[in-house]
Design a protein around this ligand. Structure first.
Ligand code: PGA
Length: 255
């Protein structure tokens, strides 16, 4: 049984004070114990977000991390620094990190491994560009990113990862994948996880869809058997949208 999971990726939005306001609005409408929820504010808003989340079971996530513990890595943030702020989850390998900041599969693999070793949960993002999709390379690309991102991890470690399938052409464009199409790619990702970690374990791993999810299309996406939740960008910055998406995940039974 996989508990539905909805995470908000706030990207480079919200100061600390603004984060507290948004979290207060989300708290007011949030009652869903059947859905696991997380928000991922920018680093600078994590402390305020943590305070604003106090007393709820909404989890705190970060959008990125560096894999070294400390040292001469100007501008980077380490896992112990995130743990100090109460962070439990980290988005790793988001397509904006891959494409704007040039993160390689090798670096992403190091991050996933270190995040897991520290007891935090990585949300590993994979997904094809429009060009790759049009060239019919979606499955090969996704396979490559999953295999490289999870390279050299034990089956037990792989069992702790959350995957987000985010087609790059659907992110921030208002153009979501169709529910059936996203479900098909996610089913394929689950097959790959089965090869890596055994079918039983793969059946417990949550795989989210991300890319222009909003409260209007969430029910159809989340109604698919292999889509266990959503990684939400733009719509997670508006409480009524985010709450609507959480509600759409309520009652979802993934087995
Ligand atoms: P979007 O972003 O919902 O704004 O498309 C999703 C993401 O990048 O995680």
């Amino acid at each position: 049984m996989r508990k539905p999971f909805i995470a908000g990726n706030w990207k480079m939005n919200k100061t600390g004070a603004e984060a507290a306001v948004l979290i207060r609005q989300i708290r007011e409408g949030y009652k869903e114990d059947a859905v696991e929820v997380a928000v991922c504010p920018p680093f600078t808003a994590l402390r305020d977000a943590r305070e604003a989340l106090h007393g709820t079971n909404i989890r705190l996530g970060a959008q990125n991390v560096y894999h070294e513990e400390s040292g001469a890595f100007t501008g980077e943030v380490s896992i112990p620094m995130l743990q100090d702020l109460g962070v439990e989850l980290v988005i790793v390998g988001h397509s904006e990190r891959r494409h704007i900041f040039g993160e390689s599969d090798g670096l992403i693999n190091k991050k996933v491994a270190r995040v897991l070793k520290s007891g935090l949960v990585p949300i590993l993002c994979v997904g094809e560009t429009l060009e790759q999709r049009e060239a019919g390379r979606t499955r090969d690309l996704v396979r490559h990113q999953v295999m490289e991102g999870l390279k050299d991890l034990t089956e037990e470690e792989i069992g702790k990862v959350i995957i987000a399938y985010e087609p790059v052409w659907a992110i921030g464009t208002g153009r979501s994948a169709t529910a059936e199409d996203a479900n098909g790619v996610i089913e394929y990702i689950r097959e790959i996880l089965g090869e890596l970690a055994g079918k039983n374990r793969a059946d417990t791993i949550r795989i989210l869809y991300g890319g222009s999810v909003n409260k209007e299309n969430a029910a159809s996406l989340l109604g698919q058997p292999h889509i266990d939740g959503a990684l939400v960008g733009g719509a997670s910055l508006k409480a009524d949208q985010f709450l609507g998406i959480i509600r759409s995940a309520t009652g979802k039974e993934s087995v």
